[in-house]
Design a protein around this ligand. Structure first.
Ligand code: NAP
Length: 287
């Protein structure tokens, strides 16, 4: 009988990281410095965006950081959005800026994100920060991809020299995580909706990162025995009590050596990385 994969517990790992951050914030404040301050820009009425910003604020409070929300109506102009971000860049009391996306469709999202100054771009998704990831210049790593790498590191999973397959090529997830794996000397392939034989590609991987948004697209039989499976997907399926990932968990767990659950794998790591980046910004350090 084959052994089941070990679980990469994002909830426990994120909690450990938060405790470390809280201790560092306390030390920083003991030197007479202001606590780090995360400013969230919230444009429009998207309920999910409101929930996410609320979760991020709560996390800031938990680790002893300050946070604030800077709101604009959904009808705001590009100029108003840009001016708000520029004002936060110029405010020395603000350590890090998060522009909650998606923005209303009439705004040019990349142009607004690009206004966040790189030393304050703790979400790491402006084109300047993503450029830094590619050319090795200082910039904060985007949070979900960084959370994936941190989870691998905390479980002492070797990245260097291994064959990694990332399924999904979005600018916020698939592409940056592929670049981070490459920067850590994995041999990386990126798959997408036009990949000719997805199963064949995945079967070659020592590390699989699923970043697709299609419920249980990746089944156990596509997983190489002993592979590490990271599932960033989060999918609501009608008739199912729980959200599911992009990976069919039970069948993949029977083949893999390590696997992330959904929920409780990649998800909790994202906010932990946002806090870490905000702390590093306050310390004047890029990660
Ligand atoms: P996205 O922008 O929709 O990108 C999805 C990617 O998957 C695209 O590159 C697409 O290929 C590819 N794809 C779609 N169908 C495919 C198929 N049948 N076979 C192979 N590739 C396929 O999604 P995203 O924003 O990256 O998010 C992906 C998932 O991660 C979602 O479930 C999302 O909820 C989750 N997520 C979680 C977190 C977190 O945990 N904190 C953060 C972000 C996202 P093409 O490029 O060819 O269209």
């Amino acid at each position: 009988m084959s052994e089941l994969a070990g679980i990469l517990d994002g909830t426990a790992t994120a909690k450990a990281i938060r405790l470390e951050i809280a201790a560092e914030v306390k030390q920083l404040v003991a030197t007479g410095a202001q606590p780090p301050h995360l400013a969230a820009v919230l444009i429009g009425d998207d309920p999910a965006s409101h929930t996410y910003v609320g979760m991020k604020q709560k996390a800031c409070t938990w680790v002893g950081m300050q946070s604030s929300i800077h709101r604009l109506p959904a009808s705001c102009t590009q100029e108003e959005a840009i001016n708000l971000v520029k004002g936060l860049n110029n405010d020395p009391s603000i350590t890090g800026i998060l522009v909650q996306h998606p923005l209303p469709s009439h705004l040019h999202e990349p142009a607004v994100l690009d206004c966040v100054s790189i030393p304050k771009d703790v979400d790491g998704i402006s084109r300047g920060s993503l450029g830094g990831l590619i050319n090795g210049e200082p910039a904060f790593a985007s949070c979900t991809p960084a959370g994936i790498i941190e989870l691998l590191d905390r479980y002492k999973i070797t990245i260097q020299g291994r064959r990694a397959v990332v399924v999904g090529r979005s600018i916020i997830l698939g592409k940056p995580v592929a670049m981070m794996l490459l920067n850590r000397n994995a041999t990386v392939s990126i798959c997408h909706s036009r990949t000719a034989n997805l199963a064949e590609e995945i079967l070659r991987a020592d590390i699989v990162v699923a970043a697709v948004g299609r419920a249980e697209l990746i089944t156990g039989e596509m997983v190489k025995p002993g592979a590490v499976v990271i599932d960033a997907g989060y999918n609501r399926v009608e008739g199912r009590a729980k959200d599911v990932g992009d990976v069919e968990y039970e069948s993949a767990r029977a083949r893999a050596s390590w696997i992330t659950p959904v929920p409780g794998g990649v998800g909790p790591m994202t906010i932990a990385m946002l806090l870490k980046n905000t702390l590093r910004a306050a310390q004047g350090k890029f990660s």
